[in-house]
Ligand binder design. Sequence first.
Ligand code: HEM
Length: 435
Amino acid sequence: MSGNSASNKSDKSRGNGRAGAISRRRLIGTAGTAGATGLVLGAAGGATGYAATRDDPPTALTSVGSTEVMFHGKHQPGITTPLQACGHLVAFDLAAGAGRKEAAALMRRWSAAAQRLMAGEPATGSAADGSAHDTGIALDAGPSSLTVTFGFGATFFERTGLASRRPPGLDPLPPFSSDHLDAGRSNGDLWVQIGADDALVAFHALRTVQKEAGSTATVRWQMNGFNRTPGATARPMTARNLMGQVDGTGNPKPADSDFDKRIFVPGGRDAAYDWLAGGSYAVVRRIRMLLDDWEKLPVGQQERVIGRRKSDGAPLSGGTETTAMDLDKVGSDGKLLIPDNAHARISAPERNSGAAMLRRPFSYHDGIAADGTPDAGLLFICWQADPLRGFVPVQRKLDRGDALSPFLRHEASGLFAVPGGAAAGEYVGQRLLES
Ligand code: HEM
């Protein structure tokens, strides 16, 4: 298993004024005990005095609010952390005149703020805009599995005079025929991924990150997403996307022996890039779903587009969700049960020389677009040790004949190098910016 191991801190009073009512919190490491994605945390914990907003008797703070993800560790949080209910993706560009020194100071401020917020503490003190007070947006809530993850885009290295330290994995993604990319919502010098199981906790972190950017960096684009709320299903289940499909089944699992090799960048290969050891590459795509067209398809056809059953995610070759796909199995009519152009077949590692990635998305819905259809889809985020052995070959293949492609439009794209986790006393990216 990679990253920090799970631990529990019981009966720890937070004592920061915000949540004196919370008498328990649960800590999880970055390699979530509930698996990489899609699984909810078990109900546990409990506290007193939580002020209900209705006339119900006071409700205990559940494990949803009290769960804390560790900031420090071998890897940054938000990669193997179980999917959270709310997410914000935000990219920044360094301001004119801001270079390596200012970027280092920003990463130090951001890391300190992330560490405090992830521990459920208020954001006080160093706000670059001079406001020393916390906004209060997250008052009363526990850490709610908040994670804040930082990455660097290719342009960051030119702007900070660190071009020689830019790893080859940050070479621009090739164009794909299905791209309808909006440059203004793509890439960026710096990228921040925020996830939490409470919308106010997530927004609080977003505001803090924006405020701490001060005059060093300006927002280039921002996207908001969501997933199923932990506890909404009777048992832990893989999440569904806005097409209604069970999405995340085929992901590599942290317990797999080759998980770290596939997802995290190894150290010791080239001193220039050693700062990225324990890190990963995030490919971010805003993929619009053409829901009006998709929803017209009968369920049987929808299932053949993916190669899995809609109800439970089981492969069309039989079994349950976790049964391996039998890509050669044919039906009584002699036809492949998982069709040739099925999305799950085309993207399967065994059909892509082992290319694999950890998909950890958020759904999004930004209202109705100018064409009158839902502006909704997937903030597709995938993690890999090398985009050329993860996203790129798989997307190339999907681009050529995936049955799902006619129902999708890739509208924005980003590629970011995400440094390894900060050790205690260190800030994220310090090994790049100060060596
Ligand atoms: C909105 C866009 C997309 C939707 C709705 C979608 C949906 C799905 C679904 C339902 C599955 C089957 C269940 C599972 O294993 O998770 C799946 C599998 C998969 N998808 Fe996608 N997908 C999308 C885009 C992409 C893209 C852009 C890539 C990579 C370039 C990709 C790569 C994969 C991979 C690697 C698998 C697992 C295959 C396996 O090992 O079984 N998907 N996707």
